[in-house]
Each structure stands twice: as C-alpha cells, then as structure tokens.
Write a protein that binds this ligand. Structure first.
Ligand code: MG
Length: 263
C-alpha cells in the first residue's frame, strides 16, 4: 500500500528531511584528505542526536553506523572505519534520521580534494540524473517514469545504472512501498498522487553495472572495480510536480543548473 500523507504529516517529513539535508551539508565540509570515515560518522551521530533526532540506519538490520560511507568503487552501504580519505577519492555519504515518528533520507557523493576529470563528470552526471528523475515526479505520472529518466540521462553520458538497489517510499518507516528503480521503461507501475513521499537514489557506475557485496555482508562494490556515485533526495508529490524535502534553499539554484546540462 502506498500512503498519501496529510499536511501535518508532510510538515513532519519536511522537518526531518531538512535536518538530514543540513547535516549532510555540514558533513561534506569535513571531507578532506586525512579524515577517516569513522570521524565523519561520529560527527553525523552527534549532529543527529543534538537535533533531538535518532540515526535511522544504526541498528537497521544490524548496520553499525549513522552514515553509510562508500569510497570510490564502493557503491553503497560502506561501513565507516579508520580508513583515511586521500586526495582524489570520491566519498558517498548516505544518512537517514527519525524525528517525531517520521524518517528522512538523503545521500551525496563528495570529491576529496582535487579529483580526476572523469570522477568529477561521474558525480555531476549522477546528480543531474537524480534531478531528471525528480523532474518526472508529478501527480498522474507513473513510478517507472522516474527510473526511465534517470537511466536515459546516465546512459547518454556513457555510464551505467545499478539495478540491485532501488529507491523507496518513506514515511513512518524508512523503507515503504513503492520501490523506485533507476532503470526500465516509462509508463509502468503505480500512478503518483499528491502526498506520496519517495526517496529517489540513483547509483551510477563509470564502468559496467555489475555489483558484488563484500564479505562484511554490507559493502556493495562495482564488480569491475570502476568508480561509482550515489545521490539521493526525498520528495513529496505536490500539485503540478513535487517538493524536494531534503533540498536546502541554498542548493536550489544548483539543481536548476544541473537540469540545464544537456543530454
Ligand atoms: Mg534511501
């Protein structure tokens, strides 16, 4: 069942998702050569708790941390550790939080210092693919319109889309119906309606789309070792389109710029 949220519920979703967006913005300032992913995670947990919220991932099916920290060929679900970031890495940070009974979820991939042109292009195309997917969200559209838009954008730039992990409905649970794939033909699946809340999260690989999970049982990596990027926003379907609940006002212009990039 896909739930349509009331105004009051949407206000609660807006609060927790803005919180997650703000904390991720703070965390990305920490992403410099020499910092460990465990240090970033510790700050994330402190910021979430200081806001009166709870980490959503910590303890979820046994995940041990507040953020997923996935470096380079790691796609998602990387476990924070004593690994020090080095110049040229790319770090995906995915964080969820729960506040007043509702969940927020957002992810960004951040360059560590100066990265290669190819890595910078992968990040830009993946974030743009997310915004193209979000552009497909409006009442009456179908869920698969989102994935079709994401896939078209990523593949038009020579990249591939991960199939094994998908976006999701979100609300009083972290993962709700429907699943939001990042690939496939448009015009399939449930129709979107005002008040539906979705976490849209393309994972895009520089090489082939294949995935394997490491022996820690969590970390998903590209099978061919190529770089991967991951961006996520939580949106609520609204009249004529949607509201991006995790997008800070300061980043709205950036979203428009990314959509203006051709392809
Ligand atoms: Mg998610």
């Amino acid at each position: 069942m896909i739930v349509c949220r009331s105004k009051t519920e949407i206000e609660k979703l807006r609060r927790v998702n803005q919180l997650v967006g703000r904390i991720l913005t703070e965390l990305r300032q920490m992403v410099v050569p020499g910092v460990t992913t465990a240090e970033i995670d510790a700050s994330a947990e402190a910021l979430v708790r200081a806001a009166g919220a709870e980490p959503a991932f910590k303890g979820y099916h046994g995940f041990p941390a507040t953020v997923c920290a996935s470096v380079n060929e790691q796609i998602v679900h990387g476990i924070p550790s004593s690994r020090q970031l080095v110049e040229g890495d790319v770090l995906s940070l995915d964080m969820g939080a729960k506040l007043d009974g509702f969940y927020g979820d957002c992810a960004v991939t951040v360059p560590v210092g100066q990265v290669s042109t190819d890595a910078a292009r992968l990040l830009q195309v993946t974030e743009a693919a997310l915004f193209h997917g979000i552009e497909a969200v409006k009442p009456g559209a179908r869920v698969s319109d989102i994935g079709a838009a994401v896939q078209a954008h990523a593949e038009s730039h020579g990249f591939s889309v991960v199939r094994e992990f998908v976006g999701h409905g979100i609300g009083t649970s972290l993962h709700e119906e429907p699943q939001v794939a990042n690939y496939g033909p448009a015009g399939r699946g449930p129709r979107l309606a005002e008040g539906m809340t979705l976490a849209i999260e393309p994972m895009v690989n520089a090489g082939a789309s294949g995935v394997k999970v490491l022996s820690d049982g969590w970390t998903a990596v590209t099978r061919d070792g190529s770089l991967s990027a991951h961006f996520e926003h939580t949106v609520v379907v609204a009249e004529g389109g949607c509201e991006i609940l995790t997008l800070l006002d300061a980043d709205a212009a950036r979203a428009r710029d990314l959509l203006a990039i051709g392809g």
